[in-house]
Ligand binder design. Structure first.
Ligand code: GLU
Length: 474
């Protein structure tokens, strides 16, 4: 029987869940879900200065927003230092690691000397075979791995293929520093082993680490997990992903009005493919995901594609769900609190829900949704934008003076009845419909562009609509 799949996401807290990390988390999550396994979460919080509670919360918040859950409690790497030290001591006992009493200065000298002689800068093995009785007194030793001096270390990578590292280039790496702190290299191996991780999926910037970690696994006689190192995400120009081109945190995407469903779909396509499919539901991704379809070439981040996908998900998301996403979005953004306060008002949520089906067809993001729904909560008298200002000429105001009584006379207030009334005025005045609709739009929304004008009339209701028109009618 094969072991159930256990993946893990192991971020270092930096204050946010950056986009590359989100993609790594997604691949681990998809792999776990696909195989009916588990994804564990380990916070690599050994850098105490950066590992604040807020930084950890930002990670969990980002994952939750993206709809990725993890199994069990998040594990703190720092809380496991005693275990890391214990394993290193055990390795010393077993002869696969040794105490090294070199001072940092001595190690530096070794490196310099190697460099000067044209050799790769590495530890020269001074304490590798020296008798422990020679240990100087009063000096706390570091613990180093007794790495093989010859041969190769092979990483069988599911994405990169078979990658060979010459052992002579791999140092007798430090497992525990002389101050007693375990190194990252040791901690990752011990944690992954103890957590029962079967698959490690992470960025290919960790590929060399994979070789070093393999040495530690071998020294401990532990099974090496399946490894998959996925290419990093680059900018549209192929250069390192910059802030401007997307190297930002999940919360920034949330504030830009992207939906979690669109983000998941987009991130999955950054390095994984399923034929020519561009759009797939989360269920489909789970069903189809596999490491064999993860590409070796780096992916490029493209805001335009993300936006197009987002527009798709805006249209296809259920109204109730979209509303919930809108509320979450409002919590982050400027002016959001005001909109939320308005939504809490009597009957206002109903108004918003009535407008939503029309609004979501055209809004590519929640930012655009907020902008196009703005007419719902603005207060009379409306501020006009430059376009609306221009539309509302004296002539246009006179047209409004003609439309107003026609609308006021209506007993039935629907898209059809308002449209018939407005068309009748246009015909009587021998005007194109636009010449009537544009002034109406400006008066009702304060903007030169808006959702369909008859929808706006109906959502606002007769009283509010007529009052807004009256404010500008001549
Ligand atoms: N903490 C590492 C990082 O954020 C990941 C370590 C790993 O996945 O092995 O890059």
């Amino acid at each position: 029987m094969t072991k159930p799949v256990v993946t893990r996401f192991a971020p270092s807290p930096t204050g946010y869940l950056h986009i590359g990390g989100a993609r790594t988390a997604l691949f681990n999550w998809l792999l776990a879900k696909h195989s009916g396994g588990k994804m564990l979460l380990r916070i690599e919080d050994t850098d105490r200065s950066r590992s604040t509670e807020e930084a950890v919360d930002a990670l969990l918040d980002g994952l939750s927003w993206l709809g990725m859950d993890w199994d069990g409690e998040p594990i703190s790497q720092y809380s496991r230092v005693d275990r890391h030290r214990e394993v290193a001591e055990q390795m010393v006992k077993e002869g696969t690691a040794y105490y090294c009493y070199c001072t940092p200065e001595e190690v530096n000298e070794m490196r310099e000397k190697a460099r000067a002689e044209g050799r790769p800068p590495r530890y020269d093995g001074t304490w590798r075979d020296r008798d422990p009785s020679e240990a100087p007194e009063g000096i706390a030793p570091a613990i180093r791995l007794k790495a093989p001096l010859e041969g190769d270390t092979i990483v069988e990578d599911q994405v990169q293929g078979t990658v060979k590292f010459a052992n002579e280039n791999l140092d007798d790496l430090i497992l525990v520093r002389s101050d007693g702190n375990p190194t990252y290299m040791l901690a990752v191996v011990v944690d992954d082993h103890d957590m029962g991780v079967t698959h490690i999926v992470r960025g290919d910037d960790h590929l060399t680490n994979a070789a070093r970690q393999t040495l530690i696994y071998k020294a401990l006689n532990w099974d090496v997990p399946v490894m998959a190192h996925i290419p990093l995400i680059y900018g549209p120009d192929g250069a390192k992903l910059s802030k401007r081109h997307g190297a930002i945190g999940a919360e920034a995407y949330r504030a830009m009005g992207y939906l979690p469903s669109a983000m998941r779909n987009y991130l999955a396509r950054l390095g994984w493919s399923h034929g020519d499919d561009e759009i797939f539901s989360t269920e489909q991704m789970i069903e189809w995901f596999g490491l064999d379809a993860c590409g070796k070439s780096p992916s490029r981040f493209d805001f335009k594609k993300l936006e197009n996908l987002n527009a798709h998900y805006m249209r296809s998301e259920g109204d109730e769900e979209l509303y919930q996403h809108f509320l979450t979005y409002l919590m982050d953004v400027e002016g959001g609190a005001d909109v939320m306060a308005w939504l809490a008002g009597d009957g206002n949520q109903d108004k918003f829900m009535a407008a939503l089906p029309g609004l979501k067809e055209r809004a590519k993001t929640l930012v655009e949704l907020q902008e196009s729904a703005r007419y719902l909560w603005v207060q009379r008298p409306l501020d006009l934008d430059a376009k609306a200002e221009k539309i509302l000429s004296d002539e246009a105001k006179a047209v409004l003076g003609k439309v107003l009584p026609a609308l006021e006379a209506l007993t039935d207030w629907t898209v059809e009845s308002t449209e018939t009334a407005v068309k009748a005025v246009a015909e009587a005045e021998e005007l194109k419909l636009g010449k009537v609709a544009q002034p109406l739009r400006a008066a009702l929304t304060g903007r030169g562009t808006s959702p369909g004008i008859f929808d706006v009339l109906v959502v606002l209701g007769k009283d509010e609509s007529c009052a807004r028109i009256r404010d500008f009618a001549a």
